[in-house]
Design a protein. Structure first.
Length: 258
């Protein structure tokens, strides 16, 4: 499918939650150029909201892409620049200081998507009824699951579920994981912070995504998380891909008219 035949509608929403005093989550929603992101500032450290805010600002400053490779490189470079700035600022602020944030980015170009991430904010895809996590957490929990030291049934009761093993602003050298693939008509993507996935099951999330356009979906996801107690900041960005030949868009609501 060519890039010209694919269109995207999207929406994002964030909330401080029911426990935290400060919202350290930020998101980017730029359907016009095919760029979306969620950053979750590290609340256990200094100025997590500064780190997530710098990432959002850097990605907001990226212009329309000339090619897929250039787009990916520009996003990668923007995150790397923020990483260097955060490490340098922390070094002069106080000994051992860390100013960090998770980051998860989705880009779309010419019928393909790419995900870049560090930390435990996630991207999911709903395709033809199958709901899959397409990022892999950089966390102590994931490492223990991989090694067999922790059973999946015990994750909810694991006392160190908030410990992440990679983030922006932690080390001089930042390693971002990458996953790429083709986009199909009616694919739905969800980018979110762990404040959402710690409170809602995959089946609940998938049902909301399947039954609602982006704006209503993010509102429903946040509302349900708040009803569950929302122990952390919570952020969701929902992206729908559709083909011009299959769906037309009502410009008044920015939702697909099937």
């Amino acid at each position: 499918m060519s890039s010209a035949s694919l269109r995207f509608i999207s929406a994002g929403l964030t909330d401080v939650g029911k426990v935290r005093a400060l919202n350290e989550d930020r998101f980017v929603d730029r359907a016009a150029i095919g760029l979306w992101a969620v950053a979750d500032g590290m609340g256990g450290h200094q100025a997590g909201e500064i780190a997530s805010g710098m990432l959002a600002d850097a990605l907001t400053g990226i212009g329309p892409p000339d090619s897929g490779y250039a787009f990916l490189d520009e996003v990668h470079d923007a995150v790397e620049r923020v990483n260097r700035s955060l490490v340098a600022h922390a070094a002069i602020s106080s000994p051992g200081a860390v100013i960090g944030s998770t980051i998860v980015v989705l880009i779309a170009y010419a019928g393909h998507y790419a995900c870049l991430w560090a930390g435990d904010s996630r991207i999911y895809m709903l395709r033809n009824g199958a709901f899959d996590q397409i990022t892999r957490d950089h966390s102590m929990v994931q490492e223990m699951l991989d090694s067999g030291a922790l059973a999946r049934r015990d994750v909810k009761n694991f006392g160190k579920s908030n410990i992440i093993t990679r983030a922006v602003g932690v080390n001089d050298r930042l390693s971002l994981d990458l996953h790429q693939g083709p986009i199909e008509n009616r694919d739905i993507f969800l980018l979110c912070s762990d404040g959402l996935t710690n409170m809602l099951s995959d089946s609940e999330i998938a049902e909301i995504l399947a039954c609602n356009p982006p704006r209503e979906a993010v509102a429903a996801l946040i509302t349900l998380t708040l009803a569950r107690g929302a122990k952390d900041n919570v952020t969701a960005v929902v992206v729908h891909a559709f083909a011009d030949s299959d769906i037309t868009v009502d410009p008044g609501t920015r939702t697909p008219a099937r």
